[in-house]
Design a protein around this ligand. Structure first.
Ligand SMILES: Cc1cc2nc3c(=O)[nH]c(=O)nc-3n(C[C@H](O)[C@H](O)[C@H](O)COP(=O)(O)OP(=O)(O)OC[C@H]3O[C@@H](n4cnc5c(N)ncnc54)[C@H](O)[C@@H]3O)c2cc1C
Length: 418
């Protein structure tokens, strides 16, 4: 099957049958060169990759995390974690921004699928299969304000549903989304995380405003802007999940998703270095250069081996806390690879490689920005607690996948980001 034979053109669902991984990777490889070609202009213009998204939809990449009953590939579910991470890594190897956006959308779709009632699944999932994109709005770190991030978005009960007044930050995909999946709490006195549900808000609803605040060092074409909700009506039908269900009913996290993107981006930087050095006998003949390149190669292999091993554990259904500890280890290694390979690579290829016609500079900026999404210091500290005998909880501690509470307050950590 070719890219053009899929849902949008045939009227069928994106994946009539659960696909072979090779088929998904082949479709990504067919689109990848175009994504890479556009990357620089999108970065310069701070523009959302609409064309890439349209192509991804044609190729069924928007439905990778939809259940197979709804025409999805059924990824990010038991037995189908590994191909999801392979697809993410491959997309990021071509273009990290587009890969991140497709990841966010797919995770949001996977969350809606998991936590919805049967009626909600029948309402939302066919629309998503048909190409409605979803953003995932957890973060309340506002770009033009400083201070601690505090999660406080709350739904207020009214007749037939709720009202939402809130401000979210860093809303990747919002620029192309039909649905804004808002991480928020129902009213109550219990900890925020135990009241948390997902409000699936139509981006065209009265009171929704996308803010023009995305002027960043890297990941510029994601347009992960702020979004303001002013007294927005959210009908009961659009509030998904039981309060606290993300923590108590869903073992999944985002850690391996991020690791996959970082690994793919690091591999792309390595590919560039190898090609550049390979074309310069003066560099390729240097043992010092080759030693460094060889170390990078091994670094990538180590991070990828960890990702594969963690994905295999998830697929086997191993204990979720143990899997997440491995996922956090993997994410740490993948971040290290994506931060060090482009940066140190410049020492190998020199100043001329700083010219804007080469991709390494943007790769370095994108990696620096993207790796700030989850705070490395906070989650590796949890590995130390585990080593010290203090246990580890996939969803109950400071990670990138769940807000945490400090004392009795509601200090939040990077929530969703999906
Ligand atoms: C490209 C990109 C896309 C994103 N997309 C989304 C999205 O779609 N949806 C979404 O919900 N979110 C998204 N996020 C946001 C992300 O989830 C975080 O909410 C956001 O990055 C937090 O901003 P901050 O680093 O300024 O936070 P801060 O909490 O202000 O952290 C600032 C710094 O303080 C340090 N720090 C804080 N507390 C401690 C501590 N106790 N000990 C040691 N150090 C500490 C951290 O290491 C960090 O470097 C995105 C982020 C990026 C970069």
């Amino acid at each position: 099957m070719t890219v053009t034979d899929t849902a949008a053109t045939t009227g069928s669902v994106p994946w009539p049958e659960a696909p072979e991984t090779a088929e998904v990777l082949a479709r990504i490889d067919a689109l990848g060169p175009g994504w890479r070609e556009r990357a620089r202009a999108l970065d310069e213009g701070v523009e959302f990759p609409h064309e890439n998204f349209a192509e991804a939809r044609e190729a069924g990449l928007h439905a990778l995390c939809l259940p197979t009953e709804y025409g999805g590939a059924g990824y990010w579910l038991p037995g189908r974690y590994s191909p999801w991470y392979q697809a993410l890594e491959r997309m990021a190897r071509w273009e990290t921004n587009t890969a991140q956006l497709i990841q966010v959308h797919n995770h949001a779709a996977g969350i809606i699928a998991w936590h919805s009632t049967p009626e909600q699944r029948d309402r939302f999932l066919p629309e998503i299969a048909d190409g409605a994109f979803c953003a995932s709005l957890g973060s309340e770190a506002h770009l033009y304000e400083n201070g601690a991030e505090v999660l406080e978005s709350e739904l207020t009960r009214v007749d037939g549903g709720y009202r939402l007044t809130a401000r979210k930050g860093f809303a990747s995909v919002a620029a192309a989304a039909k649905y804004l999946m808002v991480w928020c709490a129902v009213e109550g006195d219990t900890p925020y995380v135990s009241r948390m549900v997902f409000a699936v808000v139509d981006v065209g609803s009265e009171g929704v405003e996308l803010l023009d605040d995305w002027q960043m060092l890297g990941m510029r074409s994601t347009i992960s802007c702020g979004v303001k909700f002013t007294d927005v009506f959210v009908p009961d039908s659009h509030v998904v999940g039981n309060p606290g269900g993300w923590v108590t009913e869903d073992p999944r996290t985002f850690s391996c998703g991020y690791a996959s993107n970082h690994l793919g981006s690091a591999q792309a930087a390595f590919d560039f270095l190898a090609e550049y050095i390979g074309g310069r006998p003066d560099l390729a003949d240097s043992e010092a250069v080759r030693v460094k390149l060889g170390q990078m190669d091994a670094q990538l292999f180590a991070a990828r081996s960890c990702l594969n091993a963690t994905a295999a554990r998830l697929d086997r259904g191993d204990d979720p806390d143990e899997c997440e500890a491995d996922a956090v280890r993997t994410m740490h290694l993948a971040k290290d690879a994506v931060l060090t390979i482009p940066y140190q690579g410049f020492d190998l290829v020199g100043a001329r490689a700083c010219h804007e016609r080469y991709p390494l500079g943007q790769m370095m900026r994108d990696a620096r920005t993207f790796t700030l999404h989850f705070r490395d210091d906070l989650y590796v500290e949890r590995l130390a607690q585990l080593a010290l005998g203090n246990g580890f909880s996939a969803k109950g501690g400071r990670g990138g996948s769940t807000p945490f509470e400090v004392g009795s307050g509601s200090t939040a950590q990077a929530t969703a980001g999906a």
